[in-house]
Ligand binder design. Structure first.
Ligand code: SF4
Length: 247
């Protein structure tokens, strides 16, 4: 699987991780078994909004990313709209070969409206570079578009209400590979309760698109021993793209 230059790329990534690492790290979510059991509906199709939880719109029929963003930015489908500062819809081109999916906005994302900023975002950028991708190449979104207060765990009803946005993003962006970063994103997208350790290392599928699960960059900052496995996961992404190029 490795190519000439891969060792250098991995070494650069290891150095970058150490450069970025610092005190006061974000604590990644632990196991969320009860939540995942209820989140498994994420895999179903888009649905009209229920009366009383937000503007009625059939998200599954929206035909452009801009229109979808517009709906999200005024969304009141779940109670997170009451405490958010910004709707963190996505970052990246409207069409992309790779789509990265995290959990939910944190404080910095809520301030800036951009997903994966701060040290975790910097490490994500380095991870992408180590496999020949740049942040500008990929589309980045979260399962939830609004920050849960105090970075608490997303609730099942929030996932249910927000998941049509993500499904539609995948359909409109048309990625060749989805990368799920972290336990929450992987379990939610796949509708399973297996640990990330069991989910990574193989290719899954979400909405008909190959899905690779890997560690969240924030968790990676706290666990340097996961740097090589993370890089190997992204190598898997690179190989999927290369297979498509050859096809
Ligand atoms: S988290 Fe999603 S469903 Fe809830 S208000 Fe924000 S955009 Fe709407």
């Amino acid at each position: 699987m490795a190519r000439p230059g891969d060792a250098r790329a991995l070494a650069a990534l290891l150095r970058a991780r150490m450069d970025i690492e610092g005190p006061g790290m974000f604590v990644p979510p632990g196991e969320r078994a009860a939540l995942m059991a209820q989140a498994s509906r994420l895999g179903s199709g888009g649905s009209p909004v229920s009366a009383g939880v937000g503007p009625v719109a059939d998200i599954g029929s929206i035909d452009s990313i801009d229109a979808l963003r517009g709906i999200a930015e005024t969304c009141t489908r779940c109670s997170l709209h009451e405490s958010r500062r910004t709707v963190v819809f996505a970052d990246g081109p409207d069409r992309a070969r790779v789509m990265c999916v995290g959990e939910a906005p944190g404080a910095r994302e809520d301030e800036t409206g951009v997903p994966f900023v701060g040290r975790a975002g910097q490490l994500l950028d380095r991870l992408l570079v180590s496999v020949g991708l740049s942040r500008e190449d990929v589309y980045i979104a979260n399962v939830l578009k609004c920050r849960p207060p105090g970075n608490r765990n997303p609730q099942p009803d929030e996932i249910e209400q927000c998941s049509p946005f993500l499904r539609r993003q995948v359909a409109l962006v048309g990625p060749e590979v989805v990368v799920a970063f972290g336990t929450f994103a992987a379990q939610t997208l796949l509708g399973v309760r297996e640990s990330l350790g069991r989910l990574r290392g193989r290719v899954h599928e979400y909405e008909g698109v190959p899905l690779v699960a890997t560690y969240h960059p924030a968790a990676l900052l706290r666990n340097p021993q996961w740097t090589r496995p993370s890089w190997e996961d992204l190598q898997r992404v690179r190989h999927l793209l290369a297979e498509n190029d050859r096809a």
